[in-house]
Design a protein around this ligand. Structure first.
Ligand code: GLU
Length: 291
């Protein structure tokens, strides 16, 4: 059964984002790296961490879903970004994830916040006991005031191999579902949803507010415009399906400037806002199993 709210204007709905209490933010590899060198953009990471600490200081629960393990590992091990061999990527993920966490922990500690690493696979969700345990861990960490930093466990589950949750856009929607988040912010390399790919169609127009997901489902385009990370617009719409059904509002926004995070949570007009429409019958384990 769907929990439908009375019709609100975009202005009214955006204004409500100020009151969101449990926020998941997803940042992708392409937003974390310098495109020219493939090195981490530390200034940006620092700004991202500051934004998240500020949300935390406002009394909100914050979860970060960060990609970058494989890209960082490749850089550390001097492996070409184009190398697609699965064991190589898995080894890179193992090295890169540790490096990434080291940097996040250092940055969050500067603002007196504690982080925790949570690595998930498809089994974390489809297996009832695993899902229950993961839910308990998230709940306890948030109760303790910790900021969980989440990624897929790419060392054991990888995109080319079955049994992966998929891309981190989808993972962040799954996490939102698991923890009962009321806002998910997907930081992308594009301002939000357009009627067509604005890189190839100058007439594409920006969509600021999606009241009903069905109206926009065929607008997702496969390409991201970048060659690191995964997850084009269709992946984001796939994530939106899970978020919206789980009762989580979702915003896709440009991660070029991470100050967009506080602008969104102040109710300002940034990114594309997907209005949630909770479906009590929506079962995330079942949904993933059927994918
Ligand atoms: N889990 C992958 C990584 O950390 C990224 C997946 C994605 O960007 O969707 O490298």
């Amino acid at each position: 059964m769907r929990n439908t709210e009375p019709e609100l204007t975009e202005k009214e709905y955006r204004g409500r984002l100020k009151d969101r209490k449990r926020i998941v933010v997803k940042i992708g590899s392409s937003s974390l790296h310098h495109m020219s060198t493939g090195e981490l953009n530390l200034t940006k990471m620092e700004r991202l961490v500051r934004e998240l600490c500020e949300l935390k200081n406002q009394g909100k629960d914050v979860i970060l879903v960060s990609s970058g393990a494989i890209a960082v590992g490749k850089k550390v091990l001097n492996i070409a970004p184009t190398d697609k061999e699965v064991p190589v990527k898995q080894a890179c993920a193992a090295v890169g994830q540790a490096r990434l966490m080291m940097i996040y922990q250092k940055l969050f500690a500067e603002y007196n916040h504690t982080t925790a690493q949570i690595l998930m696979t498809k089994h974390t969700i489809v297996d009832d006991i695993n899902r229950h345990n993961a839910h308990n861990t998230f709940t306890e960490l948030l109760k303790l005031g910790v900021i969980p930093v989440v990624n897929e466990n790419d060392t054991v589950a990888i995109h080319e191999v079955e049994d992966t949750i998929g891309d981190n856009d989808f993972l962040s929607a799954v996490v939102s579902n698991l923890v009962g988040a009321d806002l998910l912010i997907l930081l992308s390399d594009i301002d939000g949803l357009y009627t067509d790919d604005p890189r190839s169609n100058k007439n594409a127009s920006f969509i600021s507010f999606v009241d009903k997901l069905d109206d926009v489902m065929d607008m997702g385009k496969e390409s991201t415009g970048s060659n690191i990370g995964t997850g084009g617009m269709s992946a984001k719409l796939h994530a939106a399906t899970v978020a919206v059904n789980a009762g989580t509002d979702m915003v896709i926004a440009n991660g070029k400037d991470v100050s967009v995070i506080h602008k969104i949570t102040e109710g300002r007009y940034y990114g594309t806002l997907f209005k949630s429409c909770r479906d009590d019958g929506f079962d995330i384990a079942d949904y993933i199993e059927r994918m």
